[in-house]
Design a protein. Structure first.
Length: 449
């Protein structure tokens, strides 16, 4: 049973970026069921059959479940003002599915070994998507993977943009921006040349793919997360020579890419959306918030209020305004509570004296910042696969404390076993040494389990 669950989990991770789905709806411009949804449902069935956590009363909910329930309840009330209850219902349906992966992760990823293979498979997905983006840009081919959602490069306003298997350049860029910081963090802090090569290669390919998406919002997200990465290292006094050298090489690599594609980058800014129409969308959102500050106009219903002006379906290009307009100011507040709780939790886990957990906590924290930056300029959270990935990051952050506690207990047990095997006379209270756990610089306070 355990092996079957692990392999299904891995299959789900592989399916995450693939555009494999069914029951397409033009209202959401999305499939209602994706391949990874089906695998997740299968995992839940096996979990229900196993019922180990349920029998022992050990089901973990996490700190953000309560604000999520409040958000879901308030979003439900927004149906009172919705023009399309179908759109509202689909939005609720997508949100619940995204929460389900969060709940599964915090209950099933409980050890460092679980977390290690999970992060490794996510990084492999980043590497593949980045590589596919490079191939799409240089050859115009999708390697015959059209059945997985891969599409040839797209030319928009004179700029060639790639999409991997995600479907649209901005979503592709957001997908990569949410995962690259974790790969970069593991590349810097993980020991072992093979691991560094793997995570470094994943980060390089991901950055390449993100650049070639020519998504300005994704660029802003990655830049913002990079600045936060440096600030945290400086605050933790971890800007040592070898880390500075590694970061300098990474920045030099990005600089070389910018120089190579400078003309195209400038063309993207010159021929892309100037912001005029996005400002009009924001003005519409402000008006809707003023008219419906408590309940909003209904989840996923913003676009019905701007279609007369734009003649196409598109949410406001700012997720904070979209949530406030559609679910009211309380809905936005509940969402930000979820974000703030996870930011605080990931920051606390930076005190962990375990190199791997520290690395994942730092990368996840910076991924959150990438998200907070990029959704200022686009509606990426309203796209289901990006929303699903966002909740995966929340799940990883929430699971870290439990994993760290398990690591402390396991190390303490091993230490106790070693001491018990020594001759009795050598195992005196004076000779007992409390276990120590590695930190990137062997300093800092440990997290209280």
């Amino acid at each position: 049973m355990k092996k079957l669950q692990v392999w299904l989990f891995r299959i789900m991770i592989l399916c995450l970026p693939l555009n494999l789905g069914a029951f397409y709806t033009h209202l959401m411009e999305e499939d209602l069921i994706f391949a990874f949804d089906v695998v997740l449902f299968a995992l839940y069935i096996l979990w229900f059959v196993e019922r180990k956590e349920l029998r022992k009363g050990q089901l973990v909910w996490g700190k953000i479940t309560l604000p999520f329930i409040l958000l879901l309840f308030w979003t439900g009330l927004s149906a009172l003002n919705a023009i399309s209850l179908t759109m509202w219902g689909m939005g609720i349906y997508m949100a619940i599915k995204a929460y389900m992966i969060y709940l599964y992760i915090i209950n099933k990823i409980t050890t460092k070994e679980d977390l290690a293979w999970f992060i490794k498979w996510l990084a492999a997905g980043v590497a593949f998507q980045g590589f596919l983006g490079i191939v799409q840009y240089t050859t115009g081919s999708s390697l015959g993977l059209e059945f997985l959602g891969a599409q040839a490069k797209q030319r928009m306003a004179g700029v060639t943009r790639v999409r991997g298997t995600i479907g649209y350049p901005n979503q592709f860029g957001a997908w990569l921006a949410l995962q690259i910081p974790i790969a970069v963090s593991l590349f810097i802090f993980e020991l072992g040349s093979r691991k560094k090569l793997f995570y470094g290669g994943s980060a390089v390919l991901g950055i390449f793919g993100l650049l070639l998406s020519f998504s300005r919002s994704a660029w802003a997200g990655l830049l913002g997360s990079g600045l936060m990465f440096l600030l945290i290292l400086a605050r933790k006094r971890l800007l040592k020579a070898r880390y500075v050298l590694t970061i300098g090489l990474a920045m030099a690599f990005v600089g070389v890419l910018v120089v190579i594609f400078w003309d195209t980058i400038m063309l993207r800014f010159e021929t892309g959306d100037t912001g005029k129409y996005r400002l009009i969308m924001m003005e519409i959102a402000y008006d809707l918030i003023k008219e419906n500050p408590l309940l909003g106009v209904g989840l996923s219903n913003y676009k019905f209020h701007q279609v007369e002006l734009f003649r196409y379906w598109n949410p406001v290009h700012n997720e904070y305004l979209r949530l406030a307009a559609e679910t009211g100011l309380p809905g936005l507040l509940f969402f930000m509570v979820i974000v703030i709780i996870c930011l605080k939790e990931s920051y606390k886990m930076l005190q962990a004296r375990d190199r791997f957990i520290f690395s994942v906590a730092l990368g996840s924290l910076c991924s959150m910042w990438a998200f907070l930056f990029l959704v200022n300029f686009g509606p990426e959270y309203s796209h289901y696969r990006v929303q699903f990935l966002f909740w995966i990051v929340l799940g990883v952050i929430t699971a870290l404390r439990r994993i760290y506690r398990h690591t402390l207990n396991a190390n303490a047990a091993r230490q106790q076993t070693k001491l018990s095997r020594k001759p009795i006379e050598t195992v005196s209270p004076q000779n007992r040494v409390p276990p120590s756990y590695p930190h990137p610089e062997e300093s800092g306070r440990g997290v209280r389990p």
